[in-house]
Design a protein around this ligand. Sequence first.
Ligand code: AMP
Ligand code: MG
Length: 353
Amino acid sequence: MDTKMITLDRAHLQDSDFTEAAALLQAGELVAFPTETVYGLGGDALDPSASAKIYAAKGRPSDNPLIVHICDVKALEKLASTVPEEAYLLAEKFWPGPLTMVLPKSDLVPKETTGGLSTVAIRMPSDEIARELIRISNTYIAAPSANASGRPSTTRAEHVMEDLEGRIPLILDGGPVQIGLESTIVDLTGEVPMILRPGYITLEMLSEVIPNVTYDPAVLKHEKQDNIVAKAPGMKYRHYAPKGELTIFEGDLDRVVGKVATEAYHAALEGHVVAVLCSEETRERYARGNLYLVTVGARESEESIAANLFHALRECDHLGADRIFGESFPEHGVGQAIMNRLMKAAGYRIEEA
Ligand code: AMP
Ligand code: MG
């Protein structure tokens, strides 16, 4: 299959930009498209065979459910069998935006889309291309991140091409995404609302609307714990991983830099192709040795780190790095989500500096 890329001009979007994509979706085919979080691999959420195609194209285990994307709050009542008051409050405050809510699913949603679960994850993206695509396709779009399963999520159309060329018919290119980390997932089906995946919308932000919200215990783990069952099935798989072996160092920043520099230097001496994941503030401190320096972003702007993280991980692959050493970042605010992704990318290979 040839994979076509259509580049859209965000300043002049027209309905006709979406004709081909909408026709494909209505025919049960797949289309990759930008959202404000990451690029999504979309299929008609109500068509079980489209969901099957999503799993096949990504190589994703079929027990890992898909998020259903909507462009109108009214869809909540169609997709969920019951909608608690909290869901409306959260929608009011955070939609459209990077928040996904898990609710009991209605009969309309096929089990193929929810990975066999009786719940459904729903999000209204703020990206205009995403919303127009949903509106013009006149359906709901199931869309996981548009990467090959296990690889870093896709934050640019070129990343999607890299992973899925030949596997899907169309990519809508809307340029680099705004946020760069997947949505926050909050489960509203239990007694207490639980964050299953941290994202740009933080616990602090959510607790202004639902004060009793907490993290699912699996989110806070710094190591792989097989005895803790991840409620978002996707969180249990190896994820976001670059091809090289990534090790993250945490602790006092000066010591982290020292440790990363030493480890990287020695690995390079041993003949490894070595990349260092650094920040703008620390970059010049890695002057010694034959190292590739990959800047994730600026410490003074955690948004810049979020936006660049997956691109930086892919950059390490392009450089052919087989050993990657990285700094950690403070775990408050969006930092919680940044470190969650980074630790998974490292396969929990975290060392104290
Ligand atoms: P992705 O779209 O690639 O970010 O993956 C979607 C994430 O949402 C995965 O981690 C899924 O496990 C999670 N998810 C989707 N539906 C549900 C659900 N019904 N309950 C819990 N987690 C879900
Ligand atoms: Mg994903």
